[in-house]
Design a binder for this molecule. Structure first.
Ligand SMILES: Nc1ncnc2c1ncn2[C@@H]1O[C@H](COP(=O)(O)OP(=O)(O)OP(=O)(O)O)[C@@H](O)[C@H]1O
Ligand SMILES: [Mg+2]
Length: 375
C-alpha cells in the first residue's frame, strides 16, 4: 500500500462504514521553555483532539511561536511533555514527526516550479510517478490554483504563494498542521478569503490544525477552540463563545472583545454577593459563581451590550460621545469618575442618544462577572 492510500484511509474515519480512530491528537503537559531568565512558555497544558482546529492567541511576545516550535520539534522544552496520540514525542526529531508547517513568509524553493514545490514532500517520502502527479493536481485544486503548476514562485502574488505553501504542507496529509501567522503579511481582503479557504480545507482534509495568530477576530472566527496566552501562561482554552461570554480571567475579559471594568466593594447578600459601585451609586446583586475576587474589593466586568441607557434629565450620567452604526449605537457615558461604553440597538423611528444628554445607566448583572481588584 502506498503512503497516500494509507493516509487517505486514516483520514476517512467513516470509510468502510465503521469508525477508525483518527490520528493527530496532541497533548501538552505542563510545558515550559526558558531563554535565560525569560520564561517564554510557562507551564502550559492543553489537550487537543484529533481533527480539531485550535488557535493560539496572544499579544506579541506571549509565547505563541515558542509553543508551536516546541510542538514542531524546532525548540527543545525546558520541562514538560508533548504527546501525539498518547506517545511522548519530546525527543523525536522534527523531520520524523511528519507534521505539515506553514509559517509567515515560509519560503517556497525559488528555483522549483509550483508543482515541484508541492511534490517535494511526497518525493522525500519516496513517492514517485503518477501518484505524485495526481496528489499535486489534487493539492493545487484544494487551494484553487489548478493550472499554476508550471509557474515559478516569483510569478505568483503573495497570497498565491501562501496558498502554495499551504498545498505543500497538506499534500502528504499530515495528521497535524502547524501554522504560525500564515496570513500575517497579506492585505485584509486576501486574508479574509484565505481564512475561509483554510476552514474549508480543514473540513475536507480533517488534519488537526494549530494556528498561531495575534488577531482575535481571526482566532475566534476560524478555530473550534482558542487558547489565550499571556506572558507564557495559558489564560483560558475554550470555545470562542466561552471566551467571550465566560472569560476565566480579567486578562481574557479585557483581551477578547470590548469590556468595561468598574471598581466595586463586595459584601454578602444571603446566598448571593452585593457589589457596590460608588461611581454608579448603585448596588448590584450577583450570583456567587460570577464573583472571582476573594477580597472585599473587585472589578466588575460588563460588555457594552449589557449596559442599558435611558434618557433621564435628573441623572448624573452624561453622554460624552456617540457613534451610529446602522443597527446599533455606541455611546460613551461619563458617570462619577468612570467612562463606560454602552451599545444599544438603534430602533428605527426612536431618537438616538446625543452628546450632553443625561441618561440613567443600568447594568444587566446576569451577564457580568467580578474579578480581583488590581493590586
Ligand atoms: N531564541 C530566543 N532567545 C531568547 N529569547 C527568546 C527566543 N525566542 C523567543 N524569545 C522570547 O520569548 C518570549 C516569547 O516569544 P515568542 O516568539 O514565542 O512570542 P510570540 O507570541 O510568538 O510573539 P509574536 O506575536 O511577536 O510573534 C519573548 O519574550 C521573546 O523575546
Ligand atoms: Mg510569533
Amino acid at each position: 500500500m502506498t503512503i497516500t492510500a494509507d493516509m487517505t484511509n486514516e483520514l476517512s474515519p467513516t470509510r468502510a462504514g465503521h469508525a477508525k480512530p483518527r490520528r493527530g491528537a496532541v497533548s501538552i503537559d505542563v510545558l515550559s521553555k526558558s531563554f535565560g531568565s525569560v520564561k517564554a512558555v510557562d507551564g502550559v497544558s492543553l489537550s487537543i483532539e484529533a481533527g480539531e482546529f485550535v488557535a493560539l492567541l496572544g499579544a506579541s511576545g506571549s509565547g505563541k511561536s515558542t509553543l508551536l516550535m516546541m510542538i514542531a520539534g524546532f525548540e527543545t522544552p525546558s520541562s514538560g511533555d508533548i504527546k501525539l496520540d498518547g506517545a511522548r514525542i519530546n525527543d523525536l526529531p522534527s523531520h520524523r514527526r511528519g507534521f505539515g508547517m506553514v509559517f509567515q513568509n515560509y519560503a517556497l524553493f525559488p528555483h522549483m516550479t509550483i508543482a515541484e514545490n508541492i511534490a517535494y514532500p511526497l518525493r522525500r517520502r519516496g513517492l514517485g510517478g503518477s501518484d505524485v502527479e495526481r496528489e499535486v493536481a489534487n493539492a493545487l485544486k484544494l487551494v484553487a490554483l489548478d493550472g499554476y503548476g508550471a509557474r515559478l514562485p516569483s510569478q505568483l502574488s503573495g497570497g498565491q504563494q501562501q496558498r502554495v505553501a499551504l498545498a505543500r504542507a497538506l499534500v502528504f496529509r499530515p495528521p497535524l498542521l502547524l501554522m504560525d501567522e500564515p496570513l500575517g503579511a497579506l492585505d485584509r481582503k486576501l486574508r479574509q478569503q484565505l481564512q475561509m479557504e483554510i476552514k474549508l480545507i480543514h473540513k475536507e482534509v480533517g488534519s488537526t490544525i494549530i494556528f498561531v495568530t495575534h488577531d482575535q477576530e481571526e482566532a475566534l472566527s476560524m478555530a473550534d477552540r482558542v487558547a489565550v496566552l499571556d506572558r507564557g501562561r495559558l489564560q483560558q482554552f475554550g470555545l470562542p463563545r466561552n471566551l467571550y461570554e465566560e472569560p476565566a480571567t480579567a486578562f481574557v475579559a479585557d483581551f477578547i472583545g470590548e469590556m468595561n471594568f468598574l471598581p466595586v466593594e463586595l459584601g454578602r447578600f444571603g446566598d448571593a454577593v452585593a457589589a457596590n459601585s460608588a461611581d454608579l451609586g448603585q448596588q448590584m446583586i450577583l450570583q456567587r459563581e460570577r464573583v472571582f475576587s476573594h477580597s472585599d474589593r473587585g472589578r466588575l466586568a460588563v460588555r457594552p451590550e449589557y449596559i442599558r441607557l435611558e434618557a433621564h434629565d435628573d441623572s448624573n450620567a452624561t453622554v460624552l460621545e456617540s457613534a451610529y452604526t446602522g443597527t446599533n449605537q455606541t455611546v460613551l457615558v461619563r458617570i462619577g469618575g468612570l467612562r463606560l461604553t454602552a451599545r444599544t440597538p438603534a430602533v428605527p423611528g426612536l431618537p438616538l442618544f446625543q452628546s450632553g444628554q443625561h441618561v440613567r445607566v443600568s447594568i444587566d448583572t446576569a451577564h457580568t462577572r467580578v474579578f480581583a481588584a488590581e493590586p
